[in-house]
Ligand binder design. Sequence first.
Ligand code: NAD
Length: 248
Amino acid sequence: SKVDVRQAAELIRNSGSMIAFTGAGISVESGIPPFRGPEGLWSRYDPQCLDLDFFHSHPKESWTAIKAIFYDFFGKAEFNQAHRVLADFETKGLLKALVTQNIDNLHQMAGSKNVLEFHGNSQKMICPVCDRLYLPNEVDLNKLPPRCIHDGEVLKPDFVFFGEGIPENAYRKSLLAARMTDLVLIIGTTGEVMPAAMIPNEAKRAGAVIIEINTEPSNYTHRITDIFLQGKASEILGELEKVIFPKK
Ligand code: NAD
């Protein structure tokens, strides 16, 4: 409701250390569906292409699906107003860090700087032997699997596969940010994927206020959320922006 938006805007304006925690829902309006559900990617592709063991034993088969999902499809998506507002909040000093479970690079494309990539980033590839990073335009995806030009090793998209650990740096910094913050803005996540899902819980335990934006209630809504703003991420963030930074 309008009252909730105004109340949330007030809390955001007065926060000194707000962080955001985002999930697949913030990119739905950019045309990227969540993985699960009837419209989800796993209704069209086999998730085993992102299983680490399968990837190593079947690099060509995995890469055929990976190319279709993450380069032919994700690679062409554009950020939406929700990503844009979060980048503006950071520029204006309101948002200190953005913890994302997304791997689509859209926060970075919108201009967010302090992005903690909990699950990595699909728009980079890494050589598992020499750690060299490649951008999609530096790699010939007409010949699969792509290989490192230095040692011939099969490249891996630089995001967390099933069976793989969370990048240490992002994990540590996210936990730290969660424990220091006074306000978490949760946007578009079910809160089902562990250990990422515990970031807002950690913040709540340390005393933070929780504001949540989602089209539907999530795991957090009735447990830790103080203000639930039901609706599409781009619309709600657009409303918040108007209240916080009214145009003269
Ligand atoms: P999820 O798929 O489990 O849940 C998506 C959430 O977004 C739901 O709660 C849904 O109600 C909400 N939602 C849908 N449309 C919305 C909108 N327009 N505005 C606001 N909310 C909306 O997503 P998750 O919790 O992030 O977990 C999925 C996992 O899969 C993540 O860990 C992520 O790494 C990965 N994933 C990433 C992408 C991406 O990079 N864009 C896409 C799909 C999955």
